[in-house]
Design a protein around this ligand. Structure first.
Ligand code: OSB
Ligand code: MG
Length: 377
């Protein structure tokens, strides 16, 4: 089939810089976030606009990327490549960006906006283009490090009462076994897991072995963000399944981690891995090896949340992820209506064309801190 007549010949890219205040500070082992700063990326052609959002932060604490590097890479390097010729299918975007190393968050935002454009142009929900079929996604919630164990237990009880299907608790050295044990005691039958964001080393193996007493679903990214070897050593030494987040940046990372048994679960974030095509490839490799996956998050607004939900419709997303409702982080989302938790502890996958949501004009105005248009040169 010659798809060139149906190809996307990009006319314009927009970058809306946004600052959304968080309802409460979100603390991880690497820092504390009070607000979310990101770009809403729009790709425009033939009267159709596709949208996605960036997931970098101002400082390179989760990965090397920052809002400034993402801006530079999109404007100076990736946009010219996208304008360079017609895009026949969304998978072309990753191939076109491949000569550039890393910078996956920058690549992902453009790639995901292109997927949205193609699905909207076809008049079908994005998940159909991705090949997923679920419509109702069971979700969990990620709980940041709290000032006291009592605060954590109160919050955990509250989220569990709201109907979330599993609780993820952020840990760091000194705030690990005791708070986790308190939540386990308060909620004996609740699926609980921990996320360390690379805060430990194998020197702390005795402590990490204590996690096995807490009946956790898994421990996420306990060791270095660029490691799989030590994670394999750790997985051999503990019963609790190890889940990798930061360490899995590509399908090749996933293949190697699975090959050496560095993890038994993978957290997939499209923003971390360069977009939906790579996320789907990681999903497929994990599925082929019997490794369950779930969809993580980066405190996204409704734009990113919608994309994550569409991705989660793929069959091997068998564990509840971090795509909580809009009101978990924001008093007001960029989309209207926001995502709400159903009484089944799920979020509904939007049914409209593309990601099925778009930035609300008035809300974008309210939270916008900058606007840029990029045109072909
Ligand atoms: O490690 O999964 C993580 C948030 C920001 C950066 C990294 C992580 C997280 C979360 C929350 O755990 C995910 C979410 O609710 O969007
Ligand atoms: Mg994580």
């Amino acid at each position: 089939m010659d798809g060139s007549a149906d190809a996307l010949t990009l006319e314009r890219i927009t970058l809306d810089q946004v600052m959304l205040p968080l309802k409460a500070p979100f603390e991880t082992s690497y820092g504390r976030e009070l607000e979310r700063r990101f770009y809403v990326v729009g790709v425009h052609a033939d009267g159709i606009s596709g949208y996605a959002e960036t997931v970098a932060t101002d400082e390179p604490l989760y990965s090397e990327e920052t809002n400034q590097t993402v801006h530079h890479v999109i404007v100076d390097l990736l946009a010219p490549r996208l304008f360079a010729g017609p895009i026949v299918q969304p998978e072309d975007v990753g191939r076109r960006f491949r000569p550039f190393r890393g910078n996956r968050m920058a690549k992902a935002a453009l790639e995901m906006a292109v997927w949205d454009w193609f699905a909207r142009r076809a008049g079908i929900p994005l998940h159909q283009l991705l090949g997923g079929s679920r419509t109702d996604i069971p979700v969990g919630v990620s709980i940041g490090i709290q000032p006291t164990t009592a605060d954590l237990v109160a919050l955990a009880r509250d989220f569990w009462a709201q109907g979330y299907r599993r609780l993820k608790i952020k840990i760091r050295p000194g705030m690990d076994i005791v708070p986790l044990a308190a939540v386990r005691e308060a909620l004996p039958d609740t699926p609980i897991m921990a996320d360390a964001n690379s805060a430990y080393t194998l020197d702390q193996l005795p402590l990490l072995k204590e996690l096995d007493q807490l009946d956790l679903m898994m421990v996420e990214q306990p060791l270095a963000e660029d490691d799989i070897i030590d994670h394999a050593t750790l997985q051999r030494a503990i019963q609790t399944p190890v889940c990798l987040d930061e360490s899995i940046r590509t399908r090749e990372d996933a293949r190697k981690a699975i090959e050496i048994a560095a993890c038994r679960v993978i957290n997939i974030k499209p923003g971390r891995v360069g977009g939906f095509a790579e996320a789907r490839a990681i999903h497929d490799i994990a599925a082929a090896h019997g490794i369950p996956v779930w969809c993580g998050g980066m405190l996204e607004s409704g734009i990113g949340r919608a994309g994550n939900l569409h991705l989660t419709t793929l069959a091997n997303f068998v564990l509840p992820g971090d795509t909580s409702a809009s009101d978990r982080y924001f008093a007001e989302d960029l989309i209207d209506p926001p995502f709400r938790l159903t009484d089944r502890g799920t979020l509904m996958v939007p049914t409209g064309p593309g990601i099925g949501v778009a930035p609300d004009g008035a809300r974008l105005q309210r939270y916008r801190t900058g606007h840029e248009e990029i045109q072909p040169r």
